[in-house]
Design a protein around this ligand. Structure first.
Ligand code: DC
Length: 225
């Protein structure tokens, strides 16, 4: 899996707004290993589809587009980054058109296989914390450390709403709750690699926990083993 003898993988899975992004980023920093946001790759492809006017419900059109795309994957300041056909999509990954379409892109088995292959290759860079939906179950089923973060839907909607207020200056809690429920449904009922608790994962319900507490829990666990 990795070319480094003592390299290790920390897999963090869970639904949207369960706290996994912030927790994974902070845990990677504390452990001084690379951070990989696998959702960003699915979002990147979605951004490309939106930009090219490709209908994400048309799986064949998405697959055709994906075949012609040039990905450059690299590490910068211990964060995995990428460009698509030379463009850095980072600033667009959380935009509304991408947010509303990404779950449809992520149901396409060929897209998932492509992403799983790319994500596995990242382990050649060394130890890492990777967050997503299928990291401990499909991408790295043999990961030494697996966590599944969850939180009550209302708390997740509250967090996502706060985020939207910060990034877009607007947002409606009920709409956020509905949008999260829609994505959860697509993510957990899709045929290929649905969101699930990976075998052997430590489940952490973050509803009443601070980010620092969750990070501490993971870092202490990794350092202690
Ligand atoms: O974690 P996120 O919100 O950035 O994920 C965006 C979408 O991509 C979400 O609908 C789930 C999907 N995804 C996935 O299916 N598998 C992953 N490993 C990561 C994300």
């Amino acid at each position: 899996m990795s070319n480094k003898v003592d390299a290790f993988v920390v897999a963090v899975d869970g639904p949207s707004a369960s706290g996994k992004s912030t927790v994974s980023r902070e845990a990677a920093k504390a452990l001084q290993v690379m951070y990989v946001d696998s959702g960003a790759m699915y979002r990147g492809l979605t951004w490309k589809a939106v930009r090219e006017g490709v209908d994400v419900k048309n799986a064949q059109a998405v697959i055709d587009m994906m075949g012609g795309v040039n990905w450059e994957i690299f590490v910068e300041d211990l964060i995995l980054r990428f460009t698509i056909d030379g463009d850095d999509p980072t600033d667009h990954l959380r935009s509304e058109p991408v947010r509303e379409r990404v779950a449809d892109i992520a149901v396409i088995p060929e897209v998932r296989q492509f992403m799983v292959d790319r994500l596995r290759e990242t382990a050649t860079f060394g130890s890492l914390v990777m967050e997503g939906r299928d990291i401990g179950s499909v991408v790295f089923p043999d990961a030494a450390f697996k966590y599944y973060l969850d939180a009550d839907p209302e708390e997740r909607a509250r967090r996502r709403h706060l985020e939207l207020l910060e990034t877009e200056g607007k947002g409606n809690v009920d709409e956020v709750l509905n949008s999260l429920a829609r994505r959860d449904k697509i993510d957990s009922t899709r045929a290929t690699a649905p969101l699930q608790i990976p075998l052997g994962a430590v489940v952490i319900n973050t509803t009443a926990m601070s980010i620092e507490d969750v990070v501490q829990r993971i870092v202490a666990d990794v350092n202690g083993r």
